[in-house]
Design a binder for this molecule. Structure first.
Ligand code: NAP
Ligand code: NAG
Ligand code: NAG
Length: 286
């Protein structure tokens, strides 16, 4: 290839990359938007509630702890939410996912965004043979997402709305100490990845965003990894804003921070070295 051809090719590739990563987010599109955020009492979900509030959305938040939810709602109203209410629910209870969607749709008079973010607590340890915990976690982290999606779908079809699924690099790549959690996140990626195909093939105008996150500095995440690794954790508020923008711009998949994208790209190039790096990034004595 001639040098000038190479330069042109490089220019085209750069332009394509820049085009596909450009920021087309329009904050005013969230003004008055009808949003349901799960797992919004703490962590990334709480931060998402605050961002939606700043954008002037109408918000319903849910989690188990009523007293904490009440405080988050108050803060949302201070920040400029058009409305903010909560419903306490436990996603391990098989009737709660539907109950929450019904409540949100009634209160908001419809739904534009279903933001699925909650996770049940799971220990950061090697698997000890406990199948029951995984069964329970599958209900909380995975099956409840399907129940809520199913209940919300007719309303999202009406509003040409969006589903946002908060997933993890641990739903794309395996790593020690998180087998049940990782299983639930792989399940989400498999299920909702399939659903993206089916929505497109049926020409249904409901967008489905899967957000792949790396390590985020929420209290629950930092407590788990303390002593095991000193990997850098990224700010929850930035992660939350990233997810909201990805949902609002109807992206299929989004990555935060950027290293998660490259990790997924090169995941299968050198499996032996990948696994060596992963295993050596934790302090562990057998
Ligand atoms: N932090 C990270 O490093 C990281 C990395 C990758 C992906 N992610 C993903 O980001 C999302 C948020 O993570 P996070 O770190 O912000 O989590 P978090 O701080 O532990 O928050 C979890 C939320 O889920 C709620 N919850 C827990 N059990 C529940 C249940 N049985 N029913 C209903 N709600 C329940 C909690 O509130 P209550 O206790 O009040 O119920 C809380 O609001 C998750 O999907 C996670 O997988 C996080
Ligand atoms: C689930 O929630 C419903 C309604 O809130 C309640 O009646 C039922 O007892 C709960 N089930 C369990 C197993 O806790
Ligand atoms: C789908 O809905 C979005 C958001 O309302 C809208 O911008 C877009 O034009 C719609 N696309 C089609 C093909 O109808």
């Amino acid at each position: 290839m001639k040098f000038s051809t190479k330069i042109v090719a490089l220019g085209v590739v750069t332009a394509l990359v820049a085009y596909s990563w450009r920021d087309t987010f329009a904050p005013e599109s969230l003004q008055g938007a009808k949003v349901l955020v799960t797992g919004a009492s703490t962590g990334i979900g709480e931060q998402m509630a605050y961002h939606y509030a700043r954008f002037g959305a109408q918000i319903v938040i849910t989690a188990r702890r009523e007293n904490v939810l009440r405080e988050v709602v108050e803060r949302c109203l201070e920040l400029g939410a058009q409305s903010a209410i909560y419903i306490a629910a436990d996603m391990s209870n098989t009737s709660d996912p539907e109950r929450v969607v019904r409540f949100a749709v009634e209160e908001l008079g419809g739904l534009d965004y279903l933001v699925l973010n909650h996770i049940g607590p799971s220990p950061f340890t090697m698997w000890n043979g406990d199948v029951e915990h995984t069964r329970w976690l599958m209900q909380v982290n995975f099956l409840s997402y399907l129940q809520m999606t199913s209940a919300a779908m007719p309303h999202l079809e009406k509003s040409a709305g969006s589903i946002v699924v908060v997933s993890s690099l641990l739903g794309k790549m395996c790593s020690p100490f998180v087998a049940p959690y990782s299983a639930t996140k792989f399940s989400l990626n498999g299920f909702f990845g399939t659903m993206q195909h089916e929505l497109a093939m049926q020409r249904k105008n409901v967008s489905l965003t899967i957000s792949i996150l790396g390590l985020i500095d929420t209290q629950s995440a930092l407590e788990k990894i303390r002593g095991y690794t000193d990997m850098k954790a990224y700010p929850a508020s930035e992660a939350a804003l990233h997810i909201i923008k990805a949902g609002a711009t109807r992206q299929r998949e989004s990555f935060y921070p950027l290293y998660t994208y490259f990790a997924c790209l090169i995941r299968d190039w050198f499996p032996f070295f990948r696994d060596l790096v992963i295993q050596n990034s934790y302090n562990f004595e057998p």
